[in-house]
Design a protein around this ligand. Sequence first.
Ligand code: GLN
Length: 383
Amino acid sequence: MTTITSKLPSVGTTIFTTMSALATEVDAINLSQGFPDYECSPELIELVNKAMLDGHNQYAPMGGVMQLREQIALKTEKLYGAKYDPATEITVTAGGTQAIFTAICTVVHPNDEVIIFEPAFDCYAPAIKLMGGVVKSMELQPPDYRIDWGMVRKLVSNRTKLIIINSPHNPTATILQKEDIDELSALVKDRDIFILSDEVYEHLIYDGATHHSMARYPQLAERSFIVASFGKLFHVTGWKVGYCLAPAYLMNEFRKVHQYNVFSVNSAMQTGMAQYLADENVYLGLPFFFQQKRDHFAEGLKQTSLELLPSHGSYFQLAKYGHLSDESDIDFTLRLTREAGVACIPTSVFYSRCTDHRIIRFCFAKKQETLDNAVNRLINFKL
Ligand code: GLN
């Protein structure tokens, strides 16, 4: 047999796939992988159906269906006051993960350094390593997981090519503040550093807080790839459609990679989504919709002995259990899944050093009934 040298020797199957599979196997309520268990709008399904019936079944343009790019431009300008040219500065991607991979592939050369903040979503580091880049990670500490910009400055070198930020943040449910934007601006000023801003949870932000999109700040937008997700916006994570915004000089390079990676994305879905996105209520209502779920779930969890951390945005609620058990967070989540019948995610998997703060992540993007059943199981289980 021919031997293969792995490009990612220490990578296994993602924790999301693993925990979702286990949840199915043991019939647990799945609050692990982040995805809704309720249906998207029937109107969106009709629009996509109609697009297929109307013959939108061949390749979309490489950058995406133009009507969709135009709607994205309108939304971005309305929300963040930023103008992105649909022709040259917006590309529709096969979900957020592909946009992130493509952006990393676009800018990272061998030995370039990329700063990431851990806990970090799992797809950043492997993409950097595949490009021959060097991951420089900085660990954030619970309960507030704030970025210590003094420490970031120490990580910056003349090889630093990219900084990856993520707000609202997966898995911690924190959000960047205006002070962070000021610090980031001061840090990159006069340096050749790009920013990859993972904003897939941009509309899932609570308590009236502002989403500090890179698009709002010209001095940052001029060097940023901004990644967004229709999966989160329309409750259709399985459709795998997202997009990337970047100034033309960056997008031009991004598309060179994109065209040979995916070429273009599902045309009927893009056509249907373009019409659906024209109604701003679709996204303006999201913070309220998810905040209700967050509050309902948190009220329920307060009846258990788990200690909740604040959730300012995203699909997620973190909870501490260290006062209840000495188990590692992986063992604890496996036991909760198998014995309590509620699947969740250990947060140590988001740290390259597997740092275990005895904190677990629940996804609350679920029907009220699902959340209530999960809470009841946790109350009945001897934690
Ligand atoms: N973003 C989702 C989560 O954090 C999972 C995405 C995936 O499974 N790759 O749960």
